[in-house]
Design a protein around this ligand. Structure first.
Ligand code: NAP
Length: 276
């Protein structure tokens, strides 16, 4: 498969290292460790999700691991992402702790959560984590085009993924273009705007015209730009709804109307204001 291409069934994107990132995943930010998280992940796996996005900072890796074991879905069929918390020093030691909490031998993708104290210092440790087999792929999150250039120059391998806030309202076109040039797959976090974009009048109008829901429209917009999505929900019916995005297409006119919602002026930055 060609690097950067989406597989013929539209379900995965081929990363620069040859691994495949499923186009749909369940995000679990702000989902408390315990039954709420276990249920959300278990439902997602029952409903056909094969990709879960967690992080050391979310404090719920244990529940993700428990749900995975309870589900009976073979480990090799599920793509698990976790993220290095960059307030800590050693990506290898922290990956080992993540694997223990998740109860798995290896994750599929390990990301630097944000470029705290600069974009390059943690990358050698991320490369070591991959060399030691703790993760199949490594990448970054919340990295601007300039941050990525620095990592690409300093590192042995280029990040396979840059997970950033992306939606019609945060249509970071210059960042997307910079990532494509480096063969870095952009992955969309907060594709529903943490829920805020669902009530937008344009999104609702497009949804009505397409006979779909606002969540479908926002998620499908990313897919049609070749960008994997990781919507979060703790409600079974919404987790099910968010998976129904492979059986319709938004028209060129719908896509253009959504493209016009961008508030970032097509920025090459990952965020307008960092929290670190
Ligand atoms: N790398 C990073 O720095 C970073 C930052 C932010 C997020 N992320 C990742 O991206 C994931 C998704 O982003 P997010 O958590 O900000 O939010 P999101 O997926 O954009 O939106 C989630 C919100 O929308 C609601 N919702 C979900 N589906 C819905 C539907 N079909 N109809 C109505 N409401 C719906 C959810 O409510 P309920 O849960 O109550 O259903 C929740 O309040 C995170 O969980 C995390 O894995 C990563």
């Amino acid at each position: 498969m060609t690097v950067g291409a989406v597989t013929a069934d539209g379900r995965a994107r081929v990363l620069a290292d040859g691994n495949q990132l499923p186009m749909l995943g369940l995000g679990v930010w702000q989902v408390p460790n315990g039954p709420v998280c276990v249920n959300a992940v278990r439902w997602a796996l029952e409903l056909g999700y094969r990709h879960i996005d967690t992080a050391q900072a979310y404090g719920n890796e244990e529940s993700v691991g428990r749900a995975l074991r309870d589900s009976g879905v073979p480990r090799e069929d599920v793509f698990i992402t976790t993220k290095f918390y960059p307030g800590h020093r050693d990506p290898v030691a922290e990956a080992e702790q993540s694997l223990r909490r998740l109860g798995v031998d290896q994750v599929d993708l390990y990301l630097i959560h944000w470029p705290q104290r600069g974009p390059t210092w943690a990358w050698p440790g991320m490369e070591r984590a991959r060399e030691r087999g703790l993760t199949r792929s490594i990448g970054v999150s919340n990295f601007s085009a300039a941050d990525l250039d620095k990592v690409a120059t300093a590192g042995t391998v280029v990040p396979a993924v840059n997970q950033v806030q992306f939606s019609p309202f945060e249509d970071r076109r210059a960042l997307l273009a910079a990532c494509e040039r480096l063969n870095v797959a952009v992955e969309a976090y907060s594709p529903l705007g943490t829920g805020r974009h669902l009530s937008d009048a344009t999104v609702r109008r497009v949804a009505q015209r397409a006979g779909r829901t606002p969540a479908h429209v926002l998620l499908r917009w990313c897919l049609q730009h070749g960008i994997p999505v990781i919507p979060k929900s703790t409600h079974r019916e919404r987790i099910a709804e968010n998976a129904q995005i492979f059986d319709f297409t938004l028209s060129g006119a719908d896509m253009a109307e959504l493209d016009a919602l961008d508030r970032t002026r097509g920025t090459d930055r990952a965020l307008e204001r960092g929290w670190w």
